[in-house]
Unconditional design. Structure first.
Length: 203
C-alpha cells in the first residue's frame, strides 16, 4: 500500500491506492504514517495536507492537556488586608460614640437603657433616630404623621397617642393603626411633638 518515492527519498501514497481509498480513509492512513515517524509524500493534495495538519494539532493539544501541568504556589498574606478594608464601604451604620452629656450638639439623644417597662416598644431606625415621619398625599391636601417600627401592643400605644394629640391640639385626634406594617398614622403634622414625647418615654 505504501511505496518509496525515488525522486524525494520519502514515503508517498501511490496513485492507485489514492484512487481506491475514500478521502477520509486516506487521511486516516496518512495520519497513521505520520504517527510512526514517516513524513507525508508530495502526492497528497492541499486539502489532504490541511486535514493532516488539523489531526496533528488535535493530537498535540490532547497530549498537552493530558500531561500534568505544574503551577506556581499561592501565598496568602493578611498583613496588607488593612489597606483593602479602608476601601470596603461599611455594611451597617456604626454605633454612635459615647458622650459625657446629652443631647449632643446635633440634638441627638440615645434611648433609655434599660428600655422602659411598657406593653409596647418603638425601635430606633437604622440611623439611630426615632422613627416618626411626615407624609403628604393628594397633592399636599392630606397631611399625616407616621410612627413606624412599633412592637408589642400597638393598640395601647394608639390610645396614648390619641390622648396626647387631643390634649395638644384641643381637638379629637384621628388615627389609623396598621398592624401588618407595625405603624400608626395620625392626621396632621405632629412630628417634633411626637418625637419628644417618645423620647421622654425612653424610646
Amino acid at each position: 500500500m505504501v511505496a518509496p518515492c525515488p525522486l524525494y527519498g520519502r514515503v508517498a501514497l501511490t496513485s492507485s491506492i489514492r484512487a481506491s481509498l475514500p478521502p477520509l480513509r486516506m487521511a486516516t492512513l496518512a495520519f497513521a504514517l505520520a504517527r510512526v515517524g514517516l513524513r507525508k509524500g508530495p502526492l497528497l493534495g492541499g486539502w489532504q495536507q490541511r486535514l493532516l495538519m488539523a489531526a496533528h494539532t488535535r493530537q498535540a493539544s490532547r497530549e498537552t492537556s493530558s500531561t500534568e501541568q505544574k503551577y506556581p504556589g499561592i501565598i496568602e498574606s493578611t498583613n496588607e488586608y488593612r489597606f483593602v478594608e479602608r476601601l470596603i464601604p461599611p455594611s451597617r451604620v456604626p454605633v454612635p460614640p459615647k458622650h459625657e452629656c446629652f443631647p449632643t450638639p446635633s440634638g441627638w439623644s440615645p434611648p433609655q437603657d434599660p428600655p422602659p417597662d411598657l406593653p409596647y416598644f418603638v425601635r430606633r431606625s437604622r440611623m439611630h433616630n426615632i422613627p416618626v415621619y411626615t407624609d403628604t398625599t393628594f397633592r399636599g391636601c392630606r397631611k399625616m404623621t407616621v410612627i413606624r417600627k412599633i412592637e408589642g401592643d400597638i393598640w395601647a400605644l394608639e390610645n396614648e397617642v390619641k390622648e396626647f394629640i387631643t390634649q395638644l391640639s384641643g381637638q379629637t385626634a384621628v388615627t389609623q393603626v396598621n398592624e401588618v406594617s407595625c405603624m400608626i398614622r395620625v392626621k396632621g403634622f405632629f412630628e417634633q411633638e411626637l418625637k419628644k414625647w417618645l423620647l421622654d418615654k425612653g424610646f
